[in-house]
Write a protein that binds this ligand. Structure first.
Ligand SMILES: Nc1ncnc2c1ncn2[C@@H]1O[C@H](COP(=O)(O)OP(=O)(O)OP(=O)(O)O)[C@@H](O)[C@H]1O
Length: 280
């Protein structure tokens, strides 16, 4: 069977000649429709580059990226991205930020239908009372909710998340994880989450794949997260499979971190690995 998203021997080099840096090297990834995959990577290892390649903002230097069997060329509303920095337009209200996306994705939709769709997604992320506010009047968590609403309002088949919750406090982060999971499980959109937080990946994904540190970053072995959904954070902490998998991933990340350090003399920041007390 053809995979839903497929990366075959994908490489990405920035610059040319002596200034060339191969950021990603030989990336092979295959995601099935409806799957939730998390890629856990080190800071600066090329996570955003990978997102932009899959999204179609960047072209691979080598290899191919197939979405539903066709080579990705440019961005598409079929793939919605939630960026790490919200990227809201500061002079527009919450409703207007979402509306812009809706009109772009559904150019033929009538005003009333657009308005209804905007209201629906703003409601979904619990921001109806703030619909007329501008980004500067919102907290970081609220802004990220707008970004989530905006990406989902375009009704993408696949949701790509580039460290979407990195800047948020633990409580807000937990709430938004749950909201994204709720939306994802409702119609099982294919989802790709890029994160530096192993626990976030363990809580949300079906599979975790480490991105080895760059330059020439490549994907490591996958870890399957065979834990029933919906998952309960408090129970997860006592789940032997969860503990075993978490340890295995962390051990793997630490070992490649050490390897790189001795190879390049450079220090790479590790993803968040410390044990966490989950907020229920
Ligand atoms: N347009 C560009 N030109 C040259 N080098 C670039 C460009 N974009 C990114 N890089 C380099 O590629 C490497 C990977 O960058 P990228 O932003 O993909 O990493 P990241 O894992 O998303 O980082 P972070 O965790 O800090 O967000 C970095 O060393 C960066 O300096």
């Amino acid at each position: 069977m053809m995979a839903y998203l497929e990366l075959n021997n994908v490489c990405k080099t920035y610059g040319e000649g002596v200034h060339a840096t191969e950021v990603l090297s030989d990336i092979n990834l295959s995601i099935e429709e409806g799957e939730f995959v998390a890629i856990v990577g080190f800071t600066g290892s090329g996570k955003t580059t990978l997102v932009n390649l899959i999204n179609g903002l960047l072209k691979p230097t080598g290899g191919e990226i197939l979405f539903k069997g066709k080579a990705v060329s440019g961005t598409s509303h079929e793939r919605g991205v939630i960026f790490q920095n919200y990227s809201l337009l500061p002079w527009l209200t919450v409703g207007q930020n979402v509306s812009m996306a809706v009109r772009e994705a559904f150019p033929n939709e009538k005003r009333k239908a657009v308005k209804e769709r905007v209201a629906q997604y703003v409601e979904m992320v619990g921001l109806t009372p703030a619909i007329s506010k501008r980004p500067k009047e919102l907290s970081g968590g609220m802004r990220q909710r707008v970004a989530v609403a905006r990406a989902l309002s375009m009704n993408p088949e696949m949701i790509i998340m580039d460290e979407p919750l990195g800047a948020l406090d633990a409580l807000t982060r937990g709430n938004l994880q749950d909201e994204i999971l709720k939306i994802w499980s409702k119609d099982r959109r294919t989802a790709l989450l890029i994160t530096n937080d192993v626990d976030e990946g363990l809580y949300m994904a079906d599979r975790i794949i480490p991105l080895r540190p760059g330059p020439r970053a490549t994907l490591g072995p996958e870890f399957k997260i065979d834990i029933e959904r919906p998952r309960d954070k408090t129970e997860l902490n006592d789940n032997p499979f969860y503990k075993k998998t978490r340890n295995a991933i962390i051990e793997y990340l630490m070992s490649i971190g050490e390897e790189r350090k001795t190879v390049s003399g450079k220090v790479y920041a590790l993803p968040e690995l410390s044990p966490k007390s989950f907020v229920a």
